[in-house]
Design a protein around this ligand. Structure first.
Ligand code: AGP
Length: 612
């Protein structure tokens, strides 16, 4: 997830672009850049780090900027392809430095296109997927950037929000969308295009949302919108009723809720371009260089902390059941103290959203010291863990801002499912099974949308239970780690006492605590262990427990044992935790928000824990 902004109009573009970038900084902040058309040509500047670093490099009062500019684009980057560096920062341009563009998304077929364009003599300077679009436009350019762009877009696969200008057509700013958001703000004096309204709202509340496969051709305050068949599309402007603060959160009261609601998109981004359905296979580009070593391993140790470790526990079940590879999960903070028995046929897989968690990094170093292959599932490109591991897979979910991890968790579990298919297909998994898991993975975003519709119902349940001080979370098999995750979510943002247990463990001690004042959240989808979970619910009911059950849509019978029921759509058993996580996140969120907690920044916690 990156932030893009473009401006064309009567005013000076640069201050509008810089202000827009600052408002979009929450979308990504490893590097930034701006390109404006001036009387003396295109002025472009880029910097690594936050927007202030870019600002330091701009002197608006000296030429070429002193003459002002009415056209420009800017970008704040969240790296996906290529490390955060000046050369990889946007805007990118063609060989002649005339076509400039900023991009949010992932061009899936950039390698094929790049190879083709290199053969034709184009010179690439960055490692990004984005640069290919600039050279493709240069290659196809027919004197009209709009027609050329429509032709080029027909060749692209993947997701994009693009803002583009050509120095030879300075009365035109183009925008194109597929998968990544773009909104056009209409003012008296000009037009602003941005990734979201936070970059626009200071200037206007009149906006047009571009839909997928649409191209906007903007000249001052006139605009035309085309589809990819070059037909014009009529669009109505909408009036936004948010204020500046709410706009960064897309109208949500907290980043946590925004990130929970972002999951259908973020999960789709994690899967994008990684599934070859017809072969029942996955393509994890970051693991290509170690594919043969991975084929040879006989054991996998997963090390991670907190929520990332809970995802790892789900991965353990997946990999052992479907790939037949012995897997164990460690607390990263314990990995080097317990003297694990490791040999060269073992690989260490670490999971970390931030890529900076000190304990997880220490586990990587420990394993490297012992000569093990080290792999990572990391969200932040170029982070310490991403650099320290031998190879890995990025989440591609954009920055997670709320301290409580939500969209990273579902993405981590989904990537572990992809890894299961990769490991399985290298071993005994059939094409049919590989295809089945992949098909079910691709269906998850839509099912997540269904779950989000229950947010208000979950809020009412949270209200009902808001006076209780203790909660138990129970789950079995794939959903046992989810019991720990559900409890962690609640305790970290509500400060209430919550504990996760394997359902079968209750009768070995914890059930002694249970009475009418200790509600139980039971994760019980209709899977291979449902009957056992149902018996556990009855045991709890007999002791006066109040039960909130999460189960599969259509399961009416569970109402005989549960006080409140939240339904999730049916999926493959191994993928149920990805769906069941969402009601748990929403329950924790609503309960904490109702109690007036500082949901995004809970006390005593930090987003990345860089000390041991
Ligand atoms: C989860 O909500 C937490 N904030 C925390 O457990 C987190 O998952 C843990 O600190 C690991 O962080 P990482 O993924 O950035 O390594």
């Amino acid at each position: 997830m990156c932030g893009i902004v473009g401006y064309i109009g009567k005013n000076n573009a640069l201050p509008i672009l810089m202000d827009g970038l600052k408002r979009l900084e929450y979308r990504g902040y490893d590097s930034a850049g701006v390109a404006v058309k001036t009387d003396q040509g295109v002025f472009a500047v880029k910097a690594v780090g936050k927007i202030v670093e870019l600002e330091k490099k701009i002197t608006p009062l000296t030429p070429p900027l002193s003459g002002g500019s009415n056209l420009g684009i800017a970008h704040t980057r969240w790296a996906t392809h290529g490390a955060p560096s000046e050369v990889n920062a946007h805007p990118h341009c063609d060989c002649q430095r005339k076509i400039w563009l900023a991009h949010n998304g992932i061009i899936e077929n950039y390698q094929e296109l790049k190879a083709l364009l290199i053969k034709k003599g184009h010179k690439f300077v960055s490692e990004t997927d984005t640069e290919v679009v600039a050279h493709l436009l240069e290659d196809l350019y027919d004197g009209n950037l709009t027609n050329t762009l429509i032709k080029a877009l027909r060749l692209l696969k993947g997701a994009y929000g693009l803002v583009i200008f050509h120095a030879a057509e300075p009365t035109k700013l183009l925008a194109a969308k597929c998968g990544s958001p773009l909104v056009i703000g209409l003012t008296e004096d000009g037009t602003i295009v941005a990734s979201d309204v936070s970059a626009i709202i200071r200037y206007t509340k009149q906006v047009i949302y571009l839909d997928d496969n649409e191209v906007a051709e903007i000249s001052g305050h006139d605009f035309k919108i085309y589809n990819l068949q070059s037909e014009t599309v009529a669009k109505q402007a909408k009036t936004i009723d948010w204020d500046i603060e709410a706009s960064e959160k897309a109208g949500f009261p907290h980043f946590m809720l925004k990130e929970i609601f972002d999951q259908p998109n973020s999960l789709a981004n994690s899967l994008r371009g990684r599934i070859i359905l017809s072969d029942g296979k996955v393509k994890l580009g970051g693991l290509d260089i170690v594919a043969e070593k991975v084929r040879a391993i006989e054991k996998l140790v997963i090390a991670a902390c907190g929520t990332a470790r809970h995802a790892g526990l789900i991965g353990e079940y997946m990999i052992e059941e479907y790939a037949g590879l012995s897997t164990e999960v460690d607390y990263a903070s314990e990995f080097r103290y317990r003297q694990p028995v490791l040999d060269k046929k073992t690989a260490l897989l670490v999971i970390s959203q931030s890529g900076e968690t000190a304990d997880t990094l220490a586990a990587v170093q420990e394993a490297k010291g012992k000569g093990l292959l080290t792999l990572g599932i990391v969200n932040v490109v170029g982070s310490s863990i991403a650099r320290a591991t031998d190879a890995g897979v990025y989440n591609h979910i954009g920055p997670e801002i709320s301290v409580a991890s939500t969209k990273a968790f579902t993405s981590q579990a989904a990537i572990l499912a992809l890894l299961t298919v990769m490991l399985g297909r290298q071993r005994q998994m059939s094409l049919v099974m590989g295809e089945r898991i992949c098909r079910e993975l691709l269906a998850l975003p839509e099912k997540m949308r269904e779950i989000l519709k229950t947010s208000e119902q979950i809020k009412k349940i949270a209200e009902k239970y808001s006076k209780f001080a203790h909660f138990a979370y129970l789950g079995r098999k794939y959903n046992q780690p989810l019991a720990f995750e559900g409890a962690l979510k609640l305790k970290e943002i509500s400060y209430l006492h919550a504990e996760g247990f394997a359902s079968g463990e209750m009768k070995h001690g914890p059930i002694a605590m249970i009475d009418g004042n200790f509600p139980v959240v039971m994760i019980a989808p209709q899977d291979s262990v449902y009957e056992k979970n149902y018996s556990n619910m009855q045991e709890l009911k007999a002791r006066g427990a109040k039960i909130i059950a999460i189960t599969t849509a259509g399961n009416e019978k569970i109402k005989e044992a549960a006080d409140d029921v939240i339904y999730i759509p049916k999926t493959l058993e191994m993928l149920t935790p990805i769906l069941a996580a969402m009601p748990l996140q929403l329950f924790a969120y609503h309960l904490a928000a109702l109690s007036g907690r500082d949901v995004d920044k809970p006390r005593n916690l930090a987003k990345s824990v860089t000390v041991e």
